[in-house]
Design a binder for this molecule. Sequence first.
Ligand code: HEM
Ligand SMILES: [Ca+2]
Ligand SMILES: [Ca+2]
Length: 300
Amino acid sequence: MMVKNTVRSASDLDPTVPGKLLRLFFHDCFVEGCDASVLLQGNGTERSDPANKSLGGFSVIDSAKRVLEIFCPETVSCADILALAARDAVEFVRPNDAHIFFLTFIFAGGPNIQIPTGRKDGRNSTAVNVRPNIIDTSFTLDEMAKIFSAKGLSMDDLVILSGAHTIGRSHCSSFNDRFKLDSNGNLTLIDSSLDRQYAAQLTKMCPVGASDDSVTVNNDPGTPLQFDNQYYKVLLEHKGLFQSDSALLNDARTRNRVLEFANNQDSFFERWGVSFLKLSSIGVKTGDEGEIRQSFIPIE
Ligand code: HEM
Ligand SMILES: [Ca+2]
Ligand SMILES: [Ca+2]
């Protein structure tokens, strides 16, 4: 409840919070398991790796931790807080449309998932562990499936959890490998799996050669603030932002799932609950394998 309230008020103030929390959790669980290793600061920690450079949401976890330490000291691990925050972030972005259209959508609850707690916080956080465990947007489906399978996740889980890209934002540098600079200094599309019109819009939003990395675009151009099945519809229109998104549509092993979820949001929500639970269980540390850390952000 205390985590939920913190996530809710932070998301109220800043709509980019839910996406940040969800991605932060993904990057935590895939490296050393869901043990809050991604939160540790310092030289050579996971956070210092370039692949984690654009992670955010740390201050929300920090606030929740502070509140919990006042009301129930030394009880709730940072790893659990992060898991609950990611879970709540998803639940939270749904009610928005229920609120606006509440007469029609009043019964349309988002994926409301029960997840067990009891995760201990890990003591190891090393930058060199990040790259072998985090998927790059340039990966083939086989490369992605290999990493997922090492975490006990299937190709279905890959399609389902990629549905997280129904919210959140991305830096231009995360998809500029789909373009090249032509001799006139303009970006041209080189990845034919991307819709041309959408590609043109993206190049307008992303200034060429901008050293400034502050520009971000919505992952889901349709309903960027709602956790819904729009991501899969976007994939069908060849508007998946990353090559790794497009790959899901372009392979017979995953295409049927994309079609299924594009056509049936309930099916996506139901499956999301199961896959999210699997994600939140990766490499969980218990007993002496970890600790309940007091503070994870020494100085920010
Ligand atoms: C499977 C391959 C995946 C790849 C290659 C990938 C890659 C990326 C990249 C490059 C970004 C943009 C980061 C930036 O430029 O700031 C991003 C954003 C995001 N990803 Fe993924 N991702 C994958 C899977 C997932 C999964 C499994 C989840 C969660 C369950 C997830 C959740 C998110 C969210 C919520 C954002 C938005 C972050 C924000 O708004 O700050 N992604 N992803
Ligand atoms: Ca971790
Ligand atoms: Ca959406």
